[in-house]
Design a protein around this ligand. Sequence first.
Ligand code: FES
Length: 141
Amino acid sequence: MSKVATNPENLLARLKQAQDRLGYLPEECLAEVARSLNMPLSEVYGVATFYSFLSTRPLGRNVIRVCKSLPCYLKNSRMIVESIEDKLGIRPGGTTPDGRFSLALVNCIGACDIAPAMLINHDVHGDLTPRKISRILQSYE
Ligand code: FES
């Protein structure tokens, strides 16, 4: 029996599609992807848990991803994270009890020129200050 080499980009694309469709990657979804690509489930799980834009746990309706890389860190991204933590009562990795927001720390999101920066869903927000955070969060249902 010949082994078919699986393109890692296929795996990532499949996981991204499933995440967009389901909001997260439940175990049965990972198993289905592994079966369809003829890959070990452990490998699929490893990729699903490696990338910060994928999640194996249910997420809130709005996912806040604050950049933790050096250029943002040097522009006080920690203060932005603390401001979000205070306002929402959650820590990175957490979701508000009403399911409105999840918070995550991620590597560079490509918005270094407007550091400190974050994503909420697909929206980029930059030049952040604690004052701006309140207004931005209020604009998400
Ligand atoms: S380092 Fe924060 S967006 Fe690039």
